[in-house]
Design a protein around this ligand. Sequence first.
Ligand code: SF4
Ligand code: SF4
Length: 227
Amino acid sequence: MGKETALKNYEDLKALAGREGATLFGVADVTAVKDRFYIEPKSAVEGLDYGISIGVRLSGRILETVVNEPTKLYAFHYKRINSLLDEIALKLGDFIQNSGYSALPIPASHVEDWQNQRGAVSHKMVGHLAGLGFIGRSALLVNPKFGAQARYTTILTDIPLKTDAPDNSNCGECCACVAVCPVKAIKKDVKDFNLMACRELLKTFANKPGIGHSICGICVKVCKGKF
Ligand code: SF4
Ligand code: SF4
């Protein structure tokens, strides 16, 4: 299959994603990271060597309502954006299948392994490989334009596609999120990120009336991008 076909498929899917409400679109070669997928049996992902990463921007004004904890407005927005991402992924998957190829849409927010809090595929890993951002000090995917203020989903596929290059930039001098984390989970080096401390606080927030999800939003609010 030629480069022209791969480019046309890329452009067609990008345009469709944009029409359906996606803010960000990129394609990763996922052949080297397939062993990190939490999908069984392995035959389900055989030949699916491309990861389409779709991002939808969060509302800056809704994030303004997050001061010391997530608000009901933010919780609703978070759920709605996940639904939108899932809808876009389904429509792209349908387009791919109608073109004679395979597509495996991964839900925007779901946990396969509760013990280790792992989803079937790390959307931020695929987003990074697809050139949509880098992993910041907050362990979130940071897009140059929107910072951490976007959510992502992934479609694994075998339709021939042009691929993007990973974004290997970094936070630079910014430390905005380090100071605001209530449990000091964010450190200068993302390798030292205290996942347990973050997870415990998110569990507390999830139990608050009207929240119901492991969300926080405090570090997301200060990570505005525009690098
Ligand atoms: S989500 Fe909340 S608790 Fe977790 S690192 Fe960000 S600010 Fe800290
Ligand atoms: S707020 Fe600054 S330091 Fe934190 S992840 Fe975003 S860019 Fe990096």
